[in-house]
Design a protein around this ligand. Sequence first.
Ligand code: OAD
Length: 243
Amino acid sequence: MASPMASLAISPADRVFVLTGAGISAESGIPTFRDADGLWRNYRIEEVASPLAWRRDPHLVWDFYSMRRRVASAAKPNPGHFALAALEEVLQDRFFLCTQNVDNLHEKAGARRVLHMHGELFKSRCDTCSLPPFADTSLYESPGELPVCSCGGKIRPHICWFGETPFALEQIFQALDDCSIFIAIGTSGSVQPAASFAAQVAGRAKAFYVGPEAPANHLLFDECFLGKAGELLPGLFSCRGSA
Ligand code: OAD
C-alpha cells in the first residue's frame, strides 16, 4: 500500500488505461452501490436493474432511473474527474478512459473520449427494434405514461442490466492489451468483467488502485493509493518527458 504522498510516474512510452467506478463520483454527491449508504442497500438489483424487472414492472424501473437522472443532472464534476481530463489532455491517444459509471461527470469535466461500458444514464433506446440509443433527459415517473417507440416497443434506459453484456468489450480488451499502466479508481472490484481487467494486464502492465479502501481484488494490483479520488488524483501523476 502506498502513502497518499506517493506519485505515479508516467513516461513518454507509456499507454494508460483508466477504469473508473462509482467512487470517483461519490464526492460529487452521487451514491455508490455497495458502500454503507449505497444504492444496493436501498434497492433490490433484481427489482430495478435486470431484464426480468423490466418485463415485470417497467414503471418501477423508470422510477429508479428517473431518480438517478435527477441526482446526476444536479451533480458537478469533482477534482478527481478534472485530474483525469487534464491527464487525457497531456497523453492524448496514449490515454484510454473506461467507466462503469452511467453519469456524465467525466464529460462535464472536459474528458473527450469516455467509454461507458455499463451504458449512459442520459440515453434511452427501444427494447424491441434497432433504433440507435438517443439522448434523453426526461423523467418518466409513475403514474405517467411510459415512452413508446414508433415500432410499438417500449423505450428503456440505455443501461447494461444484470444478466446483459457490457458495451464495447472488444475495444476495451484491445486497449487493455495495448496499455503499459492500468489504473482502477473507486471501484469495489466485485463486478465482472471489470473486476478482472487487472488480471488481464498482469505481467505486462503495472496495475494501480486509487480509493479509500483496498478493493476485493486488491491482490491483482502492484500498488494501492488509499484515499479519496478527489483528494489524491490532482497530485498523483508525474508525466516524465511530457510537455
Ligand atoms: P461499488 O459501490 O461496488 O464500489 C464503490 C467503490 O468506491 C468502493 O470500493 C469504495 O471504497 C470506493 N469509494 C467510495 N468513495 C470514494 C472516493 N471518494 N474516492 C474513490 N473511491 C471511493 O461501485 P462499482 O465498483 O463502481 O453496475 O460498482 C460496479 C458496478 O456495480 C456498477 O457499475 C453497477 C453496480 O451494480 C450496473 O449497474 C450494471
